[in-house]
Design a protein around this ligand. Sequence first.
Ligand code: CTP
Length: 413
Amino acid sequence: MTDPEAGTLSGRHIVLGLSGGVACYKAAEFARALIKSGATVQVVMTEAACAFITPVTMQALSARPVVTSQWDARQPNNMAHIELSREADAIVVAPASADFIAQLAQGQAGELLALLCLARPAERVPLLVAPAMNREMWAHPATQRNVARIVADGARLLGPASGDQACGEIGDGRMLEAEELRDELIAHFQPKCLAGRRVLITAGPTFEAIDPVRGITNLSSGKMGFAIARAAAEAGAVVTLVAGPVHLPTPRGVARIDVRSAEQMLAAVLPLARSHDIFVATAAVADWRPAATSEHKIKKDGTGATPALAFVENPDILATVAHLPVAERPWCVGFAAESHDVVRHARDKRLRKGIPLIVANHGPSTFGRDDNALVLVDADGERELPRSDKLRLARALVAEIAARAPRAARTVA
Ligand code: CTP
């Protein structure tokens, strides 16, 4: 399986700053994740950070000598703070201790890391800060004041998360995990083509119950819909994801509503449709459901007779949303998973559903896979997005949607 993050940070040079905290061990994994994603990483450590993890480890992982002092004679001009901050595409401080955040808030420059944050050209080198500290330290008014100050001064906060802490307590202040930090950074560099827009997405299969233990469903994995949710969030959208029964983690920053059946999916989608600008229906909604659901498990009666199942058609969620009154209707994108004559069926389906854009693929060969190939069909014709992993495709599709969907003329409820 190809790593969907491989190369996502190619050409990006990251200054990774470590201040003192137990979470320094996560910074080692974070450095590794950045390198695997194609970034070059220059590690800068404070004296306190060196008490938690050695520069040797960080040098081995980043394949570059670690810088710890502004008096580092290896810098030809002896101006590490200028050189390091000028060549960075971003400075990420992870972990950022309470003390370090206080230094940033006050513009202190006693140690190289704080000095280079102060010396960075703020308009082109973003500063991302991942706090890591005990929950009482995080909640303290002094820390909250300092955090508000650095955010007002232009820093971006990554986290913190809530949960078990190294000290044994439970609460806010945990540093994000290495992969979460990497994903935040990848998201940071994505074009914000959906900034200010609200996107509603359906994903996964639906499950239509026959009795309490059985039902009919399909092989949709939900991966494409989840990838689109992530890509839309990376592009700056506010994203709501209505998911059928799938075991996939919720992309960061995405609001998720879990449902099971088509009727539940429709009931979740309809009230949300009018407050969203764009609706992307990727769910493989079961076309039919049993006419009646047995309250108890249906038992064999010993005669070999099979139960007489009758079916009724499920509501068409996409068509229902696409036919809302204009003022309440988001811009609709459908998916068409076909087994043959993909483009012809997609064209027909687009007209039948009354939607501006339909995304066609070859259903049986893509369900559950990590890659896909898509054909975009709209009133102007077709455009192919060649085979790629689903996350890259999702990013390309999000850019296509952003270019086509009109900016909201409607008032968001
Ligand atoms: N869709 C939906 N509700 C349904 C059926 C489909 O919202 N009850 C949406 C899907 O999410 C997808 C699009 O409609 O975006 C097309 O789904 P597909 O299953 O390919 O088409 P159907 O309308 O079910 O037509 P058919 O099964 O005849 O191909």
